[in-house]
Design a protein around this ligand. Structure first.
Ligand code: BTN
Length: 243
């Protein structure tokens, strides 16, 4: 098993928030995982449903040793790692909706929230991963757009086995952020290339076609007479995430 300091909580507001409160810490990296979250957070201030005993709610806190200009690649890198682990575990073929959502059979099964903190001139990164593992009740608003591993495969999975696989793969392959090797996988698993997209970029809305993920892992969107290369943002509309 990969040797990393591990904190297991039965319930917490948010493992990302808990990780933030450990900074500055001398003993890194650290894995925090919880059986449930009372205030699980997603990107753009959204909530991540974190029903107790039903999913994986984990955060990895570490200090990057690579160039800090690469920090904005961590979410995409993590998406490929988690997507591969889910595929191997459940014998499925997940896809990545740029930049941080993992889809299984056209429904979201996992979300990733990366946060960075600068303290005393040191940079810390928190990678938060939420996976819907077991069947559970979702609100009417969510039930047609999210799913669980159990719903899709009729198998119950052991959270800790999946968590250990993610942590090991994450650190074993982290050099790929520098040598860009993860991008091939990231592109192959993307469900947005060739689709019409509406992308929210800060306060701007871009409508166009996602034509590529380039050699830097940026989403290339062709909109009227402009080509955008985006490393961050939110796809607010997409023709469905299918093959
Ligand atoms: C998203 O869907 O926008 C990202 C969801 C990220 C959820 C995970 S669960 C563990 C960690 N703690 C949080 O509060 N959020 C992340």
């Amino acid at each position: 098993m990969y040797n990393i300091r591990t904190i297991h909580l039965s319930e917490v507001d948010s493992t990302n928030k808990y990780a933030k409160n450990l900074i500055p810490s001398t003993s890194l990296p650290v894995l925090i995982y919880a059986d449930g979250q009372t205030a699980g957070r997603g990107r753009l201030g959204r909530t991540f449903v974190s029903n107790i005993g039903k999913g994986i709610y984990m955060s990895i806190l570490f200090k990057p040793t690579f160039d800090l200009s690469l920090i904005n690649k961590i979410t995409a890198y993590t998406s490929t790692i988690v997507s591969r682990v889910i595929d191997e575990t459940a014998s499925v073929n997940t896809q990545i909706k740029w930049v941080n959502d993992i889809y299984l059979n056209n429904k979201k099964v996992c979300g990733i929230l990366t946060e960075s903190v600068i303290k005393n001139n040191e940079c810390y990164v928190i990678v938060g991963i939420g996976i819907n593992v077991l069947k559970q009740e979702f609100s009417d608003e969510l039930k047609n757009i999210v799913t669980t591993l159990e719903d899709e495969t009729n198998i119950k999975y052991d959270n800790k086995t999946i968590i250990d696989m993610i942590v090991k793969k994450f650190f074993d392959n982290i050099g790929q952020i520098v040598n860009k090797e993860y991008i091939k996988d990231y592109k192959n698993k993307s469900c947005v290339i060739g689709k019409n997209v509406e992308v929210k970029l800060f306060d701007k809305i871009i409508n166009g076609i996602a034509v590529d993920i380039d050699e830097d892992g940026e989403l290339v969107v062709s909109a009227e007479d402009t080509i955008y290369k985006l490393y961050s943002g939110e796809i607010t509309k997409l023709s469905i995430c299918d093959e």
